[in-house]
Design a protein around this ligand. Structure first.
Ligand SMILES: NC(=O)c1ccc[n+]([C@@H]2O[C@H](COP(=O)([O-])OP(=O)(O)OC[C@H]3O[C@@H](n4cnc5c(N)ncnc54)[C@H](OP(=O)(O)O)[C@@H]3O)[C@@H](O)[C@H]2O)c1
Length: 261
């Protein structure tokens, strides 16, 4: 299906009105990854009150323009990942769509980023749509996971720990030639990456709605307490786009070598 064009205003930097999402992102580049691990960006959509779930999934929080933006972001990354909870909630579909896949292939890249799921101890629905595509996939599981084998085309990597350590996951990805990963939630795996200070960028879509529920936020509370409770991890605002009543924000938390932004 042909998507868009969705018109956006770039509010900052270099303000411009009424351009297509693709034009607004034409100059999009990723910073170099730190020397010792892949670059990590998180992409999430919430309402104004920060809730990242509506009726148990993210469905309905963002517009069609937001979904197209998500595919555009993905197209810049070597890998696109999710936590096991998101795979269980939605089946997930981490591809870029035919047009962007063709563009990646023309640039000599794999048509779709490598799919990554990071699970712990709970069962994984191996009939989920995530396992259907022909892009490479890596399924990380914890030491006590009941998963013994993965469907065809998926590499299964077992962590020595009950929950895969984010730094260890990134090391395994780097060994496989992956230098950037877009992590698309959910809130608990995001929290694990924040706890380890392994978030370089955040792409945050804010839908113009209020929920007032106790649904998870973009980043769940870090179990055992946050290392940033008294000294917040500060970022820099990189860009702001507006589509109708929706805002698309990009923040950077580290620069190049992994140092604070
Ligand atoms: N609004 C958005 O943009 C957005 C994006 C994504 C997801 N969501 C929503 O968020 C919900 C799912 O989020 P979630 O937070 O429950 O699940 P999640 O973050 O997707 O996955 C959490 C699971 O990851 C596994 N895990 C592996 N290593 C871990 C580590 N080091 N620390 C913590 N967990 C680790 C654990 O699996 P085990 O259970 O196997 O131990 C844990 O339960 C769904 O409703 C989904 O639709 C919203």
């Amino acid at each position: 299906m042909q998507e868009g064009p969705y018109l956006v205003d770039r509010l900052w930097p270099d303000p411009v009105t009424g351009v297509s999402l693709e034009e607004a992102l034409a100059g999009f580049t990723l910073p170099d990854p730190p020397a010792d691990r892949p670059l990590v960006a998180i992409n999430m959509v919430t309402g104004i009150d920060g809730r990242a779930q509506l009726r148990g999934t993210a469905e309905g929080l963002g517009s069609r323009a937001d979904r197209q933006l998500m595919r555009l972001y993905r197209s810049h990354f070597d890998a696109v990942g999710s936590g096991g909870g998101t795979l269980r909630a939605t089946g997930i579909w981490l591809r870029v769509g035919d047009r962007l896949a063709a563009r990646r292939a023309a640039d000599g890249r794999a048509p779709n980023p490598t799919g990554v799921v990071i699970a712990g101890s709970d069962p994984i629905p191996t009939d989920a749509s995530w396992f259907d595509g022909d892009e490479p996939r890596i399924l990380f599981v914890g030491a006590r996971s009941p998963v013994r084998s993965a469907p065809r085309g998926t590499e299964l990597i077992r962590s020595p720990l009950v929950l895969p350590d984010p730094g260890w996951v990134l090391g395994e990805l780097r060994e496989r030639g992956i230098s950037s990963m877009l992590l698309e939630g959910g809130p608990r795996i995001n929290a694990a990456f924040l706890a380890a200070d392994l978030i370089d960028e955040i792409y945050w879509s804010i839908g113009a709605h209020l929920l007032g529920t106790d649904a998870l936020r973009m980043i769940a509370p870090i179990p055992g307490g946050s290392p940033f409770a008294d000294e917040p991890r500060r970022g820099r605002l990189v860009s702001v786009l507006r589509h109708e009543d929706e805002l698309f924000l990009r923040y950077r938390f580290t620069d190049g070598d992994g140092a604070a932004a």
